[in-house]
Structures are given as structure tokens and as C-alpha cells.
Design a protein around this ligand. Sequence first.
Ligand code: G3H
Length: 537
Amino acid sequence: MREPAEVFPADGSIPPEHGPGPVMEQRGYLCSGEIRQWDGPLQDVLSPICTPAPGCERRRIGGYPLLTGKEALEALDAACASQDGGRGEWPTMSVEGRIARLAEFASRMPAAREEVVRRMMWEIGKSLADSQKEFDRTVDYVRGTIEAMKDLDRASSRFAIEEGVIGQIRRAPLGVALCMGPFNYPLNETFTTLIPALLMGNSVIFKPPKLGVLLHEPLLEAFRGCFPKGVVNTVYGDGRTVVGPLMESGRVDVLAFIGTSRVADTLRRQHPRPHRLRCVLGLEAKNAAIVLPDADLDLAVRECALGSLSFNGQRCTALKMLFVHRSIAGEFLERLSAAVGSLRTGMPWEAGVAITPLPEDGKVDAMRGLIADAERGGARVVNPGGGEAAGTLMKPAVVFPVGPGMRLYTEEQFGPVVPVASFDSTEEPLEWIAGSDYGQQVSLFGRDPAKLASLIDPLVNQVCRVNLNSQCQRGPDTFPFTGRKDSAEGTLSVSDALRVFSIRTLVAAKETEENRGILSSMVRGRSSRFVSTDFIF
Ligand code: G3H
């Protein structure tokens, strides 16, 4: 691993195809079907990619509009107008019609790939390979959601007759959705809520995360061109200034938010009638790995290193606490330290890079604070150079033994620190998981089916995914992704998300001759988009 201070390049040694390009001053924002120009103040965008040592200063790569509550409420007015109390073009459009618009959007996305990926590297420090993966996975997600929508519609394109009542049961939009994604997956996790919300007929206001804003700009024109006026609107700026008025208006029907539970609770409380607000939340997590004495150690170490440190540990699904059986703890730590030491540190565009600069302000200090706290409790950094840093770049630290009373034992670190504890009885990690504020996933490493089964049965009641002999992760995107306690509300997957952003609604009629005639005339004459047996092929 190179020393952090050796890593930041001078301007002349950045490959031109991966450079930041001209300063990106974004002034446009999408409101009511037009890209409006903001002539007010901009928020500076500072890249985590610093100037070379010894300065190691963040480079200013651009700015984005610091909109005010006024522009936010204009976006809300536009979104509400496009719904028009259920009469709007978008919520009443046929499912096929909406699918065609989304398919058009998906077909326009690849043209923006190179620019979105470049901005992602410079704004949040994600590696080129991971940024490309995020982009491609998002396009696949859009296409997958379209297929899931077809399935959902096909299943509803028939009548049910029960107890003398004819019913046609479908799903309808909820109204206006406010979608806010996180900085670590700024494109993917914003789109995993925004796309299903749109496809179900909702109108959307989307606010990009504080970090990872400019990368959305190359897609603005496609949003403008593919959807009716007011169906997609963007707001930028300080969360309190622009999001507060939206929530306080009481006119947001769905809050789709990926971030911290503290912010989610504040936003929900701002809504004057919270019972009207549906929340879809992806929040903190502190996923544990439990490494049993008979585990394949090579595999466990590989998965734990990757699971803890992909994108520098900045994933909600990252492994954030490793419990290793005492009999193998020494050997595990030795191999884990070697695996962490072999991770390549560098700039996002470098081939094979694993550890890259951290985009959040003060992140290195925050990580060092957690390490210092654990050291005061008797733990130590076991890998050579762990925790050393220059500017925004930090060598990952493996910290052992982490135990009760240390912040690292319970707090989500969301960064390149790997806390390890040893255990004698599996009751210890089970107890830790039951007592944790979080309940997303767990990883089990072992070979004995009976032992694994005895852990799986209680664990599925505490978390929402048990991974056998592999790291925690969200994918495949067709699998349900959710969590318990402070980790999530609502379930996302290409099909579940369509349900989350819609409500069941039906047309029912007593089975009389007259009603039969009315309904069959509607179906034959195709006069209703809802009362219809059309089948999407
Ligand atoms: O940050 C949380 C992401 O949803 C995790 O997704 O497991 O594919 O990295 P991932």
C-alpha cells in the first residue's frame, strides 16, 4: 500500500480523460417542465481529490444552486399541478404509456454515462470501476422495474368475482413523492426510489444528496424531455432551507429518504399530518460478521476485507463489526491485516484501486476519534500504518479487541475502520445483534450445517438477510432489501418498490345484468384505462 501522502497527483499527472475538466458551475434546475436558470449564490463543490502533499487541499471543481424555500415550493406546486387531483396526464396515463416514457429515458441514459462517471469520481471519490458499475446497475434497475411493472399490470388485468361483487383491483399512485438519495450511491439509490415512484404515476421532486449533486446534471435534459411538465422537478441547496418548507406544506405524500434516522425523524415530524405521509427509508446499519471456528479462513478473510472496505466502508451494507471465534482470532487477524495491506490506495481512475479519498468533511478526524476512543478502552490498531492519513485519504485501520463501552462497538462508522472482537460462545454475537439499534443483515462464516441452522433461525428474527459465507450486500436487485429497528422502513426491490409507491384501489359493482353490461361496454370500448383487461405483452 502506498503512503497516503504519495498519492495525490499534480494537475499535469492526471490522465486528461479522467481529469475534472472545466469548473462545473451548475445553474440549471428542473421545474415545471423547464430547465430554469438560477442567478443566485452557488454552493461550492470541493473534491475529495486533493492537491499534492504537503498542502493536500481539496480542489474546487464546481458549484450548484443554493435554492431557497421559494423555488422549492414552486417545484412542489408544479408537482401537485401535474397530479391535478388525480386528473393529471401522468397519473391517468395508461401503464403502457408510462412504460414507454421510462423506456425512452432508459435509452437516453447511456449517452450520459461517461460524464456521470467522471463527475462521480471527482465528487465522491468512487473508483472508476465502481462508478461505472453504479451507472450500469442503475440502467439495469430502470429496465428491471419496467419488466416488474408489466408483470404487476398483467396480474391486475382481469376481474375478480366474489360474493356477488365484481371487482377490478389495481394499484394507483399516491401523489407527490420527495426522493432523497445518499452520497455513497448518489445515482443508484436515488433512482431506486425515483424510478418506481414515476412508473406508478407519482410526480417527483428529487433532491440530490449534499455530496454527489453535479453528476445528476447530465441527465436533466432527458428528464425534461421524457416526462410531462411538472412530473419530475429537482431542488438543490441546504436541506433545512429547501426540504423544510416542502415537508411543512403537508403536500408531500411519500418521503423516500436514504440517510440517517435522525434526519428521517426530523423530516417526518415536519409534516403537519404525519398519518398522510408514507415513508420509505433506508437508514443506518451495523452489520456483523460471525466467523465460526470451522470457517474457511481464506474465504472469510477475503469476504470480510471486501465487505468492510469496498468504497472505503461507505456502504450501508458494509460489515461494521467482525466477531471471530477466539480459537482462530490470532490467525484471522494476521490474514486480515495482510489482506487490508494489499489493498491498493490511490486515485479513483487508477486500475485496481480499492482505497480512495473520503468525500465527507472531517471524515478522517471522525475515524481517528473512533480509533482513539477504542484505544482508550484497551484496543489497538493491529495492521501496520492503519489509520495513517494525508488530506482526505486514510489507510484502513483494523482495531482489536473492540468491546462494550467503546463507540466502535455500537456506532456505525461508515468509513475505513474495521472493528474486530473475539468470542467464546455464539451467544455473545447473538446478544450483541439483539441489543443493537440496527437490524439490516448479518454474515455467517462456517461449514457445519447444524451449527449454521441454529444461528439462522434466531437471526432471521433480528435482521432481514442472513448471508452464508459471503459479505453483506443489497443485490441482486430483485431480492427484497430492507431492515429492522433503526435500519429501514419499507422494502425495496424492483418489484417491492412498485408496491411501496402505490396503493391498492378498486372498482366494484354488484353482479347485476346492468352492471355487467356497463363494465363489459367499458372494456370493449376501451373507455377506461383502469377498468380494462388489456394485457401488456
Ligand atoms: O449503501 C447501501 C447500499 O444499498 C448497498 O448496496 O450492497 O450493493 O453495496 P450494495
